[in-house]
Design a protein around this ligand. Structure first.
Ligand SMILES: [Zn+2]
Length: 217
């Protein structure tokens, strides 16, 4: 009887060990799969940042890159491009170039990759692989666009909206992103920026929908 009992106990022990090994293997496999997936994502992200370094902006963008020594240049390389952040300049009636020149000022410590103006002009202020200083903790993984507006409401005019759409669609395609990856500064920090599109979420939704439509073409 005693021997049988011991045999039973050993068999139980062996089953427990086998089960532990199986669980261990499954855990290792899952961790391995997650590791590989992360590596692939990191590789893709690095490739997109690398590509942004050499990408040629379309004709509708006027490059006016800030001096390398400008106070507002972070000089930091983007870690990834996971989104596009839209801002409003909060200075009614100013042009894209005026805002770009403001970024160039000695006292200024903010900037953006692009400014879209009242006539539909688009000015590029910093290289596309560099971090802007616009969107707080999302500077490291987003492209930022400042948008001009005619009055205090912060609503973009028709020409500005058309240019913003054109620029954003180009960026989404270059960076392999979706319209939902376009966010407001408000979505990062809760700041009332871009003002009109925080106060009128339906106008923001309509903009995001229009990007989807434009991308299908
Ligand atoms: Zn903002």
């Amino acid at each position: 009887m005693a021997g049988k009992k011991r045999y039973g106990r050993n068999a139980k022990k062996r089953r427990k060990i086998k089960l532990a090994i199986r669980i261990g293997l499954v855990v290792l496999l899952v961790l391995g799969a997650i590791g590989i997936r992360n590596l692939i994502v990191k590789h893709k992200e690095a490739r997109i940042v690398g590509k942004m370094q050499g990408v040629e902006v379309p004709d509708f963008v006027e490059p006016a890159i800030l001096d390398e020594k400008a106070n507002s240049r972070s000089g930091k390389q983007l870690e990834a491009v996971r989104g596009i952040v839209v801002h409003y300049v909060a200075n009614p009636g100013t042009s894209a170039m005026q805002n770009r020149d403001y970024f160039a000022g000695e006292e200024t410590v903010v900037n953006a990759h692009f400014v879209v103006g009242l006539e539909g002009e688009i000015v590029q202020c910093i290289p596309l692989n560099e971090q802007s200083v616009a969107s707080n903790w999302r500077n490291a993984d987003t492209i930022s666009i400042e948008v001009c507006h005619p009055d205090e409401t912060g609503q973009f005019n028709e020409k500005t909206m058309a240019a913003l759409t054109r620029l954003t669609v180009w960026l989404l395609e270059e960076c392999k992103l979706k319209p939902e990856d376009v966010i407001r500064h408000y979505d990062v920090t809760g700041k009332m920026c871009p003002l009109y599109y925080v106060e009128h979420p339906e106008a923001w939704e309509a903009f995001i929908d229009s990007l989807g439509e434009a991308m299908k073409k």
